[in-house]
Design a protein around this ligand. Structure first.
Ligand code: DAH
Length: 354
């Protein structure tokens, strides 16, 4: 064994260690083998430790020089080990990140997204048009009394729409407080006027019920949008202008509006409103059954009896009202020929109106 107290031998040993150390340290492939190597190079049984132990045997005047030289070699080797340790720790951390990687964006179960139903969209579009004119939106109860559904709307007791073959009655009460499923949205005219002072500008979208058989053109449940305007000096021209504006917003510019005389108990005069066919511009086609006109809604000037029933003064205010079927609007505009398509919830139908 080398005699480390001999300073020539010692220097040789230290140089040899320093020369070989970089490659050996770099060759440590993980933290464990680096620790083993560190023990071998600088630990208790290492040549460095042995050299330290030999310092005492050296000449007293040489001890300091030898000590400094040993420390220098030990520091160099330790620096190499420390540097490699940092490298290996970083590598281990990076490997951990790779091993623990979870892809949060993985979307194996992609649920199909739904969309709004055509009837909802249609009600919103119509409401928006009237919001733009300063109207408010209201909604009312689907279960009504005969008073609101008929009597307050100037509908006499013998009117055919009051019969059980037309209206769904509920066995809750008898007589004038009969309870029913509202047959139209018009009762909200009365409810709204009862709770608001004029001027009134309101539209009421909602569900209505009639004892009809479910077929291509009828459904016992459908939707209407009611409109009501009451103010000083409202006249038939205001009604016509309002509905023409609505028709042009909904079906496109250039639509013409035609009002034909009709009868409703709660309006006087009453009319049926037609819009010139948006598909053929009035020349006649399948959409308008060759007439050039599409019937859109009932309307008229609010009957003074209705104003009186809610406590308004028919000499001080006047008004107009209108009521349209939502299914009809949607069907006409989108060419839906069978009303049942709107209720069957067949996704092939629904997807067409996203
Ligand atoms: N309520 C009527 C119906 O269901 C529609 C209607 C006609 C509403 C004339 C009105 C109106 O407000 O003025 O057939």
């Amino acid at each position: 064994m080398t005699n480390l107290t001999d300073s020539m031998d010692l220097e040789h040993t230290l140089e040899e260690l320093e020369r070989a150390a970089p490659a050996r340290v770099a060759g440590a492939v993980d933290l464990d083998s680096l620790s083993n190597l560190e023990a071998e190079l600088t630990g208790k049984r290492s040549p460095i430790a042995e050299a330290r132990r030999g310092i005492g045997k050296a000449d007293p005047e040489q001890r300091k020089v030898i000590g400094v030289r040993i420390k220098e070699a030990a520091d160099r080797i330790q620096a190499l080990v420390d540097g490699r340790r940092i490298e290996l720790e970083h590598a281990a951390e990076a490997q951990l990140l790779v091993d623990d990687h979870v892809d949060m964006t993985l979307d194996r179960y992609r649920l199909p997204s739904g969309s709004q139903h055509l009837l909802t969209t249609t009600m919103q579009e119509v409401s928006d048009i009237f919001l733009g004119l300063g109207y408010r939106i209201a909604d009312g109860p689907e279960i009504e009394t005969t008073w609101y559904n008929f009597d307050a709307l100037n509908t006499p007791p013998e009117h055919p729409s009051r019969s059980e073959s037309d209206t769904f009655y509920i066995d809750w009460a008898e007589g004038p407080n009969d309870v029913l499923l509202r047959a139209h949205t018009s009762p909200m005219q009365v409810r709204y006027m009862e709770s608001h002072e004029p001027p009134v500008y309101v539209v009421v979208p909602g569900r209505v019920f009639r004892s009809d058989t479910f077929d291509a053109t009828h459904s016992p449940v459908f939707h209407q949008i009611e409109g009501l305007a009451v103010d000083e000096n409202l006249s038939f021209t205001d009604l016509k202008g309002t509905l023409a504006h609505f028709a042009r917003e909904f079906f496109g510019p250039g639509r013409e509006v035609r009002l034909l005389p009709h009868f409703f108990p709660f309006t006087e005069p009453s009319a049926e409103m037609f819009v010139s066919c948006f598909a053929c511009d009035g020349s006649g086609c399948r959409v308008c059954s060759s007439t050039g006109w599409i019937e859109l809604m009932g309307c008229g000037m609010v009957d003074p009896n209705v104003l009186t029933a809610v406590g308004y003064d028919p000499d001080a205010v006047s008004g107009f009202a209108f009521g349209m079927g939502v299914e009809r609007l949607a069907q006409v505009r989108h060419g839906v020929t069978d009303i049942r398509h709107l209720y069957e919830n067949d996704v092939r139908t629904l997807r067409q109106f996203r």
